[in-house]
Design a protein around this ligand. Structure first.
Ligand code: SF4
Length: 243
């Protein structure tokens, strides 16, 4: 059995401020949540993007306008789709002066991972694979930050149905906000088209969310948006957004 992840408690004043903000912003529009976060944490805010769903690209566009220069980080697992790498480059060009795009990845190459843990760790132990290639690099990405923004939305899956707008992230030890938490896919697409935001072209081919090549498949029209992630296993999250 694996050890439980240690948690980091919020300082009392921080916990109180976040509880008050969550009570007020639980169903608030993204602008209000972003406004509160940047007022409170300023340049201590970083935005996580996987370049794999509509929320990711909407938030980059919003942040580029309300807080130009904000750091946007992404994790390259070495197993991303070509379409995702292409989107990263299109985003870098589009927002070259308005967001600070930063890459994080594990030092363990896919070949070293195979030699150390066996071929296809994503099939034999996906939690371990995600921990190596996503969770550990994110500790580096969040080091020194006061708060992070993510694209989690309540409509994305049953496990996200009660996601807060603002919270303390006890796993990583900083504040966290989900500015698009009340939005749905239709609203995100309307924003993308209205603002001509670059998006992952796999969305046009039945991939509503896109992760690693080994763990993502297209979904049917009657399936949950995240049904194509780790299909055939009971895994539903990569370990970044639990708790
Ligand atoms: S999504 Fe799959 S391939 Fe990517 S890090 Fe997680 S288990 Fe590994």
């Amino acid at each position: 059995m694996s050890e439980p992840t240690p948690t980091i408690e919020a300082p009392a004043e921080e916990a109180a401020a976040l509880a008050e903000a969550e009570a007020r912003l639980h169903d608030a529009p993204p602008e209000a949540i972003l406004d509160w976060m940047f007022n409170r944490y300023g340049t201590g805010v970083t935005l996580a993007s996987a370049f794999g769903n509509t929320s990711d690209v909407v938030l980059i566009d919003m942040v580029s306008k309300v807080a130009p220069g904000t750091e946007v980080f992404y994790l390259d697992t070495d197993f991303l789709f070509d379409e995702t790498y292409a989107l990263i480059e299109r985003t870098r060009e589009r927002y070259t002066n308005t967001v600070n795009l930063q890459l994080f990845r594990t030092a363990l190459t896919p070949e070293q991972q195979a030699a150390q843990y066996g071929e296809a760790l994503w099939a034999t132990a996906p939690d371990q694979c995600c921990d190596i290639r996503k969770v550990q690099p994110i500790y580096s990405a969040l080091e020194g930050k006061q708060a992070w923004l993510t694209g989690v939305r309540r409509d994305q899956s049953a496990t996200r149905a009660n996601a807060p707008a603002v919270q303390w992230d006890a796993k990583f030890g900083l504040a966290k906000a989900n500015p698009l938490v009340t939005w749905d896919e239709k609203r995100a697409w309307a924003y993308i088209f209205a603002n001509e935001v670059p998006y992952n072209l796999l969305h046009d081919r039945s991939y509503p969310t896109v992760g690693c090549t080994h763990c993502t498949r297209p979904v049917g029209t009657d399936e949950d948006q995240r049904a194509g992630r780790w299909a055939g296993t009971d895994k539903v999250e990569c370990g970044l957004h639990l708790g």
